[in-house]
Design a protein around this ligand. Structure first.
Ligand code: GDP
Ligand code: MG
Length: 685
């Protein structure tokens, strides 16, 4: 039985294609022209071990973008003639540059074998390739060879026959272009008619990509007006965000893909790095220096967020207090339940979340800056090794970072993760990262019980959260969300100066989610909580001879929330919590920061002003031990994420199952851990 295989040889000029072609075909060659153009076409036949191979030597090109006749000829040959295997001959002594063509061949989604030719020269220049790793990252078989000395040719032929037999392709989505470009690709793809013969010929993703790149040949084909309009919209949008033409961004991402793969799997004994990006990467992704630099930068970001955020936060507080007061002053007639609903319920509840908006916007701005300059890709690269040990991917790190601001946009940011199991794991553990709303709880408790170790305690509670997130993620990855994480390329796109517009768009997109959360879920919950803390009302007679503070305490105890709190109290006793804390925890389910104001009411300490919080701290000190204080922080950290988080988890995972698992699982975990800490702690303290 004789198999017949069609092979196309592609490669950059001078990579050794003709040398290989001659070695394979010997005398059985035919030289002609590609139809209609004066580009030389060499064809030949090679017979080995009962396999007949028809080989075409494609014109040498650096790319397949379609700017030159050679590129167009090579591209249409692969698309229209459908060779069984494309062998990309690569000058491996000049790997990164030669791989650019490989990325485009990969996208054509045909079976490919990479021939790392000139490996003698590469070795001489001090390069060491981790071939199995590179092959895994790029998703194609690779063979090392020296064409001019006939070395590696047998192995190449073996791989070619195997590739032709299996017909395996690297997959169209191997190279990702970052969320902005991917969003636009999806938009264009959505407009492409699957029945259209262009789609059948080229494939949706490739067609969308070429349209976005403004590929001349592809753009001039017959497209529907909707498709062309979508393309124009997407191109303009990307140009506005990046301040560059989309084709430049796309090319950069391809280089980023290559650069990431090479950083991972190529070692060079002699430093051959030359351009600015490479020089910066030599330091920023350095195996030893990289991590401390990254940690230092993150520290700076948080420091900046909190110090700069202080000013607008105070303005925001003043503004909210002012709105409440002016409304009260303007209110016609006696302030009744409606007044209470608006001022205490809505302005108080929604305002409690909006107060953190400046902080959160600053954090998002800093993150957008790090993302848009290209540094975040390096951070993910550095974290990749560590994250792999947890069973996650380096990119999971970015949503987790956003989680320090607010879990809601953090969970939405997990969309950058391609692997579903990775994504689900990340979503499940994000609530363990202390969000901005936990901060007021810590700031209430720490000064009251640990006045001399404020920084240490704050750092520890954040650290406990991170540690738990790591442990839980690891646990999920070996149980519910078991499955291999295939290594794939961590892109390292070149550094670039972000555009102001791009920064603002990115900051706003995430900030808007936060505002929307305040405006919808939190608004609704605030009303419910307000009602549950105000009703049922007490008999007016019972409240006589009480100070206004005592009245609110008594009313809260009498209310629905107070009753739930009292009912729950016995169950929370092993954790060191009394009915006051239990009641406040019920409120905290709506939004974590509600805990503080509820505790204030429980202790009849008016509004949580400066003097108010001091008074509350004094009462806490009198009633609880530092161990109990710590347990409250621990429980607030781990237990049930706020309602908005549960809702967004439902939305992003597409099922209530994960949302409920998150809610119940984390609450159970909080219960067990807090109880253990309290019971063990009591023995020692
Ligand atoms: P093409 O432009 O891709 O067709 O490249 P050629 O086959 O014409 O090769 C360009 C030059 O590289 C020739 O001088 C070859 O002898 C040389 N060459 C080809 N393969 C190798 C190799 O593996 N190692 C070395 N050192 N030289 C090679
Ligand atoms: Mg040649």
């Amino acid at each position: 039985m004789t198999a017949n295989i069609k092979i196309a040889l592609a490669g950059n000029p001078n990579s050794g294609k003709t040398t290989l072609f001659n070695a394979l075909t010997g005398a059985r060659q035919h030289v002609g022209n590609y139809p209609g153009v004066t580009v030389e076409k060499k064809e030949g036949v090679c017979r080995r071990q009962g396999v007949t191979m028809q080989i075409v030597d494609l014109p040498g090109t650096y790319s397949l973008t379609g700017y030159s006749v050679e590129e167009l000829v090579a591209r249409s040959f692969i698309i229209d003639e459908r060779p069984d295997v494309v062998v990309d001959v690569i000058d491996s002594s000049n790997l990164e540059r030669n791989l650019y063509l490989a990325t485009q061949l990969i996208e054509l989604n045909v079976p490919i074998v990479l021939a790392f030719n000139m490996s003698d020269v590469a070795r001489h220049r001090g390069f060491v390739f981790d071939i199995p790793k590179l092959s895994q990252l790029l998703g194609v078989p690779i063979v090392s060879m020296v064409g001019s000395r006939n070395e590696g040719i047998d192995e190449l032929l073996k791989m070619v026959t195997e590739a032709a037999r299996s017909g395996e392709t690297p997959g169209t989505c191997r190279i990702r272009y970052g969320s902005e470009v991917e969003d636009e690709l999806a938009r264009i793809e959505a407009h492409l008619d699957p029945q259209h013969d262009l789609v059948a010929r080229y494939g949706k993703r490739w067609l969308a990509l070429k349209l976005l790149e403004n590929d001349k040949e592809i753009t001039e084909l017959h497209h529907s007006p909707e498709v062309l309009a979508a393309v124009q919209f997407s191109r303009e949008h990307l140009a506005a965000v990046f301040g560059e033409d989309p084709e430049i961004i796309i090319a950069e991402r391809r280089y980023g893909f290559i650069s990431g793969a090479c950083q991972e799997a190529v070692q060079s004994s002699t430093e051959l790095r030359h351009d600015m990006s490479d020089k910066a990467d030599a330091v920023l992704t350095h195996p030893i220096l990289g991590l401390p630099i990254f940690v230092g930068l993150m520290y700076l970001v948080f420091q900046l967020t909190f110090t700069l955020g202080e000013y607008p936060m105070v303005w925001m507080e003043h503004f909210l207090a002012f709105s409440g007061e002016s409304l009260s002053a303007w209110w016609p007639g006696d302030p009744g339940p409606l007044h209470s609903l608006v001022v205490d319920g809505i302005i108080g509840g929604v305002g409690g979340v909006m107060v953190f908006l400046p902080n959160i916007l600053l954090l998002f701005l800093a993150i957008a800056f790090l993302e848009d300059t290209g540094y975040m890709a390096r951070a993910a690269f550095i974290m990749d090794h560590i994250m792999h040990k947890i069973g996650l991917h380096g990119k999971s790190f970015i949503p987790m970072l956003i989680g320090f601001g607010c879990s809601v946009p953090a969970i939405m940011a997990t969309r950058i993760l391609e692997n579903r199991r990775n994504r689900l794991t990340t979503i499940m553990v994000i609530p363990l990262i202390s969000c901005g709303a936990r901060f007021p709880i810590y700031m209430m408790i720490i000064p009251a019980f640990f006045p001399n170790h404020r920084g240490l305690m704050l750092a520890s509670i954040y650290f406990v959260g991170i540690l738990l997130a790591i442990v839980l993620a690891r646990l999920l990855r070996v149980t519910l969300l078991k499955g291999e994480t295939l290594p794939f390329v961590m892109e390292l796109p070149p550094y670039r100066l972000p555009t102001v517009r791009g920064l603002l768009i990115h900051t706003w997109q995430r900030g808007w989610m936060y505002v929307r959360k305040a405006g919808t879920v939190i608004l609704a919950i605030s009303i419910v909580i307000w009602a549950a803390t105000s009703y049922p009302k007490m008999d007016a007679a019972a409240l006589q001879n009480m100070t206004p503070e005592q009245v609110s305490t008594a009313e809260l105890q009498h209310s629905v929330v107070g009753r739930i709190g009292k009912t729950l109290a016995p169950a929370l006793k092993p954790l060191g919590f009394d009915w006051r804390i239990s009641t406040s925890l019920v409120g905290a389910f709506a939004a974590k920061e509600v805990f503080v104001s509820q505790l204030g009411i429980m202790y009849s300490v008016g509004e949580a002003e400066e003097g108010g919080s001091e008074a509350l701290r004094a009462k806490l000190q009198a009633d609880y031990t530092p161990l109990q204080g710590f347990c409250v922080m621990l429980f607030c950290l781990i237990s049930m994420p706020c309602v908005a988080t549960i809702v967004i988890t439902r939305q992003e995972t597409g099922s209530w199952r994960w949302a409920l698992l998150q809610l119940l699982g984390l609450t159970a975990l909080a219960y067990v851990i807090t109880m253990a800490v309290y019971q063990v702690g009591r023995v020692f303290v």
